[in-house]
Design a protein around this ligand. Structure first.
Ligand code: C2O
Ligand code: CU
Ligand code: CU
Length: 512
């Protein structure tokens, strides 16, 4: 971290000419981005969003603002601006601000990143260095976490213990290893006690690590979309947004607005015979989604950051908070198909209502399904790994007099403690148990795992994961290689109210 990798060095000249180029393109009004390029020009995600992207070199398309949904039921499909790395570096400022954004015929209050919610998508490559200035223009402390990235949790990298006070800025510097897997990751705030409310208010965005899958012939022509699911509250005030009752935090707050990329039931315009590639993210603080697309299978090609060995068709796909998935959809017949979330239960609160999230409108004549790639990735076989030890991790909601306590192995979060010491270079199995009546999605920073066994019947989640649901009264056994990256970080329940209430613990990897 303190020894800059030579390939990350960028000459001052390159920097200046880059800036000049951007200046000539007329997009440096806000002066936020020095080195970033908006857009790759070859997919939907790359369409520059003039209001969100400070720099939009080249001709800008008339894409409307990412968050300015003119009306509920709005038909437009929009994605946040894209900030891509160039020459091994992504340098940008993310401005976090509480403000009113257009909504319906009025406004609603949100925490935006560079003026939009979701904030800009960061598009990077393995080996890149991220230099992110987080400019906290809110009145409250915060920080930022790069969920799923296998990067250092120390110093000014992906360090969840940093606190950036309201009105202050902080310079993050995060080195992405050369062999980092490609896939969908995301950023969101991570200051203990405030994570659920700040994410709920809209502060998040996607991180895409570019992909070997892009090169596959079957995928190259697909329409790429980022489908970010998030729920929030339709309120015009900060107080209205941040308020939460004891019951809401106990159950995990859910909002009355369920949005896709900040839009209410947007329209996905697809073409029969043309493959659709969707990167899905559950960016909700607590809400689970049980996704189903009318009339179409979802061909799963990745879970969290991890590629699958081959596409796996599923009718339904559950995403718990923090989870990602990537799917291929094969439209073959003109019509209108709803992407919905079916009722799903995550505790004694009972099943959620069925929701329409988006509509896929397919144009064109009858077509045969676009071919799927036969083979995607070679996944390291966990069964041949040498497991050094097995640990028990128990997530628990302790009821008694007064408000419930949310604990891991009997203790509430204490950042000054180290709860688990692991030896760098070893592989462990963790049996993660949930002894309570409510589901708890288990999430570990930095080190991805594979699921070896679970109490719930049905197939095991495949591929490398960083978030997995541990059902009420059940367990999950995960296999965790603690490799390459050392340091102290956290694991927690990704129902973020539970994390804020204490269901988080620390882990430190050293030696080896
Ligand atoms: Cu997505 Cu520790 O979080
Ligand atoms: Cu994380
Ligand atoms: Cu929980």
């Amino acid at each position: 971290m303190d020894q800059p990798h030579p390939k990350h060095k960028l000459s001052q000249d390159a920097r200046l000419s880059r800036r000049r180029l951007l200046g000539l393109a007329g997009g440096t009004a806000t002066g936020l981005v020095a080195l970033s390029v908006v857009g790759c020009g070859d997919d939907d995600e790359a369409k520059p969003t003039p209001t969100a992207g400070p720099d939009t070199p080249g001709p800008s398309s008339p894409t409307p603002a990412a968050t300015g949904s003119p009306a509920a039921g709005d038909a437009g499909w929009r994605q946040p601006a894209v900030i891509s790395s160039a020459n091994g570096v992504l340098e940008t400022t993310l401005v976090m601000k509480g403000e009113s954004i257009p909504w319906g015929n009025g406004t609603r209050w949100a925490i935006t990143v560079n003026g939009t919610t979701p904030g800009p998508t960061l598009r990077i490559r393995p080996g890149d260095r991220l230099r992110i200035k987080l400019d906290n223009q809110t009145a409250h402390s915060t920080n930022i976490h790069t969920h799923g990235l296998r990067v250092s949790p120390e110093g000014n990298a992906d360090n969840p213990f940093i606190e950036i006070k309201g009105g202050e800025a902080f310079d993050y510097e995060i080195d992405v290893p050369d062999d980092h897997p490609s896939g969908l990751f995301w950023y969101h705030p991570h200051l203990h006690h405030h994570v659920a409310e700040q994410l709920f208010a809209g502060m998040f965005g996607a991180i895409i690590v570019e992909d070997e899958i892009d090169g596959l012939a079957e995928v190259a022509g697909a329409t790429q979309r980022l489908v970010m699911l998030h729920d929030t509250r339709n309120t015009t005030t900060e107080a209205g947004m941040l308020a939460a009752t004891v019951m809401e935090t106990r159950d995990g707050r859910e909002g009355d607005l369920v949005l896709v990329n900040g839009l209410a039931t947007p329209d996905i315009a697809a073409t029969s015979g043309k493959l659709e590639r969707w990167r899905l993210l559950n960016a909700s603080s607590s809400r689970f989604y049980r996704l189903k697309l009318d009339g179409h299978a979802l061909n799963l090609i990745a879970s969290d950051g991890g590629r699958l060995a081959a596409p796996q068709p599923v009718d339904e796909l559950v995403l718990v908070p923090g989870e990602r998935a990537e799917v291929l959809v094969q439209p073959v017949k003109a019509g209108s198909y709803t992407l919905r979330s079916l009722p799903i239960s995550r505790g004694p609160m009972g099943a959620s209502a069925e929701l329409a999230l988006a509509t896929m409108t397919v144009a064109g004549g009858d077509a045969s399904p676009a071919a799927l790639p036969a083979k995607l990735a070679t996944i390291r076989d966990p069964n041949t790994m040498n497991v050094a030890s097995t640990r028990n991790v128990t997530m628990e909601m302790q009821m008694g007099g007064g408000p419930p306590r949310f604990v891991i192995n009997g203790r509430e979060f204490d950042p000054s403690r180290v709860d688990i010491n692991v030896t760098l270079g070893t592989i462990e199995d963790w049996v993660v148990r949930n002894v309570g009546p409510m589901d708890h999605p288990f999430h570990l920073h930095v080190w991805p795992f594979q699921v070896m066994e679970q109490s719930r019947p049905g197939p095991l989640p495949r591929g490398w994961k960083d978030t997995v649901n541990v059902p009420a009264g059940g367990f999950v056994r995960v296999r965790l290689p603690f490799e390459q990256i050392g340091g102290k970080t956290v694991f927690h329940c990704h129902i973020l109210d539970h994390e804020d209430l204490g269901m988080m613990a620390t882990i430190e990897a050293t030696g080896g």
